[in-house]
Ligand binder design. Structure first.
Ligand code: KIV
Length: 272
């Protein structure tokens, strides 16, 4: 169960900011459907991210770019129907907020209205400032995302660690301060040196949730399929696997196949 000191009955953007002030770490995982979200919520997670990583792990695309707003709404609605406690944050997908602030607001409103999610997440800093302002002005909570931003993979060219050079590190710190000033309630920082992520976390009062960003931040997020070991082809250094579900599931399914073929299943007790 959760190791939270206070019993936050329902996690809100405000409780996350209080957790940081209290020195409590924030736990966040992705989920993309009702059944998985029910388990994740029951286990005491603070934040469920309906990530656009659904494009990779649910649909099998190489990048997060192809997933659509309609598909994100479909995934998020199942998650929202499952949860009692966690805050549900939904990614705005590539192409739904970059062109202009009005479109960004329309996309965020669709997420909130049609999925029932509690907040949206956008990738980027100063470049998308006007879109973030507009969404926040409409009363929609915004989580930022800096560092490795997978929607820009074709600009970066690789998924390697970001902000190793001083110029990019300075921009990241400035962007984090800007997101705080605009009114974002938290920021995900992905794949940057641990020392830099810690410096960012110490320089702002909103929570910094890291993925591949070390332990000096205010919380951690992982993709659920990765941490459960459902995918045996993805092994970045930052990933801790808590199960080897790929192995366990193929063994179980292989056993079922064998039982059906051998007429062991169903037995007399398993029929009417
Ligand atoms: O889409 C996603 O799963 C994410 C996490 C990696 C933070 O954005």
């Amino acid at each position: 169960m959760s190791v939270a000191k206070k019993d936050y009955k329902r996690i809100t953007t405000k409780s996350l900011i209080e957790m940081k002030a209290d020195g409590q770490k924030i736990s966040m995982l992705t989920a993309y459907d009702f059944s998985m979200a029910k388990i994740v919520d029951a286990a005491g997670i603070d934040v469920i991210l309906v990530g656009d990583s659904a494009s990779n792990v649910m649909a099998g695309h190489e990048t997060t770019l192809p997933i659509t707003l309609d598909q994100m709404i479909y995934h998020a609605s199942g998650v929202v129907r499952a949860i009692y406690r966690a805050l549900v944050v939904v990614d705005l997908p590539f192409g739904s907020y970059q062109s202009d602030p009005k479109e960004a607001l329309r996309s965020a409103i669709r997420i909130m209205k049609e999925s029932g999610g509690h907040a949206v997440k956008l990738e980027g800093g100063s470049e998308i400032k006007e879109s973030i302002k507009r969404i926040l002005n409409a009363g929609i909570p915004v989580m930022g995302h800096l560092g490795l931003t997978p929607q820009s993979i074709y600009k970066f060219g690789t998924y390697t660690v970001r902000a190793k050079e001083e110029e990019e590190a300075e921009k990241l710190i400035e962007d984090a301060k800007l997101l705080e000033k605009l009114g974002c309630f938290a920021i995900v920082i992905e794949k940057v040196p641990a020392e830099l992520a810690q410096k960012v976390a110490q320089s702002i009062s909103i929570p910094v949730i890291g993925i591949g960003a070390g332990g000096g931040v205010d919380g951690q997020v992982l993709v659920i399929h990765d941490m459960l070991g459902m995918n045996n082809e993805f092994s970045p250094r930052f990933l801790r696997r808590y199960l080897n579900l790929y192995e366990e599931m193929t063994t179980a399914i292989g056993q079922y196949v064998a039982d059906v073929k051998s007429c062991d299943f169903p037995n007399e007790k398993e029929q009417y």
